[in-house]
Design a binder for this molecule. Structure first.
Ligand SMILES: CC(C)(COP(=O)(O)OP(=O)(O)OC[C@H]1O[C@@H](n2cnc3c(N)ncnc32)[C@H](O)[C@@H]1OP(=O)(O)O)[C@@H](O)C(=O)NCCC(=O)NCCS
Length: 184
């Protein structure tokens, strides 16, 4: 069985700190403009995002337009093949603020990943909550997140969103702590 996600998604998400409303979209339903690509490059090079996600992956080189294009391509292919499900959180004016994905179609236990611009700090916990609801409706039984042991910001997101630490997996891994959310 594959997850059942609706089309034409636009899920409202509120920034906890500012009260501003955003909307969550499938990346294959967002038009890839030069402006959006440039904004994603800027987010990719923000200190927190770059240091946790891209520094090692890009060998210290800046996050570039090609990387943002690859992100869209990967996301669109993921939806087309039903193997990976990438979403963008947009402001009311259509500017990217955050992204989040479900990395597999394994309904029993699938990993999520995410990043948010510091300019929109306060959106991520509520985005994870919104995605979790959607995942549950799509047929998933459990989601999990892997967080590098020193990444306090990300750890806080998962705990606030209702995930519990998997003590055994976390103890067995030197690099990551594991958190999971089971749907009854
Ligand atoms: C980790 C990351 C996504 C967090 O994004 P964010 O929008 O700042 O996260 P949140 O919305 O959860 O939290 C921001 C603040 O709002 C508060 N907040 C947000 N939603 C809340 C809620 N529903 N209830 C209570 N407090 C909330 C938090 O307490 C936090 O404040 P604090 O730092 O003073 O405790 C972002 O820092 C990031 O992209 N980091 C780099 C990439 C990364 O680490 N990705 C994860 C890899 S595992």
């Amino acid at each position: 069985m594959t997850p059942r996600f609706p089309r034409n998604l636009s899920i409202p998400v509120t920034n906890y700190l500012t009260g501003v409303t955003y909307s969550l979209h499938r990346v294959d339903e967002v038009v890839e403009t030069d402006e959006i690509l440039a904004e994603m490059v800027a987010i990719g090079n923000e200190t927190l995002v770059y240091s946790w996600l891209f520094d090692e992956m890009l060998d210290g080189k800046p996050y570039q337009t090609k990387n943002a294009r690859d992100f869209f391509e990967m996301g669109i292919n993921g939806w087309r093949s039903s193997k990976m499900f990438v979403f963008l959180l947009l402001t009311k004016d259509g500017h990217p603020a955050a992204c989040i994905d479900i990395k597999s179609a394994d309904l029993g236990r699938a990993e999520i990943g995410y990043l948010a611009s510091h300019r929109h700090r306060g959106v991520m916990t509520n985005t994870v909550v919104a995605l979790s609801e959607l995942a549950k409706e799509a047929g998933y039984k459990m989601l999990y997140g892997r967080v590098r042991k020193r990444n306090r910001e990300s750890l806080g997101v998962l705990l606030r969103a209702g995930f519990s630490r998997n003590e055994q997996e976390s103890a067995e891994c030197e690099t990551y702590d594991y958190f999971e959310l089971k749907f009854s």
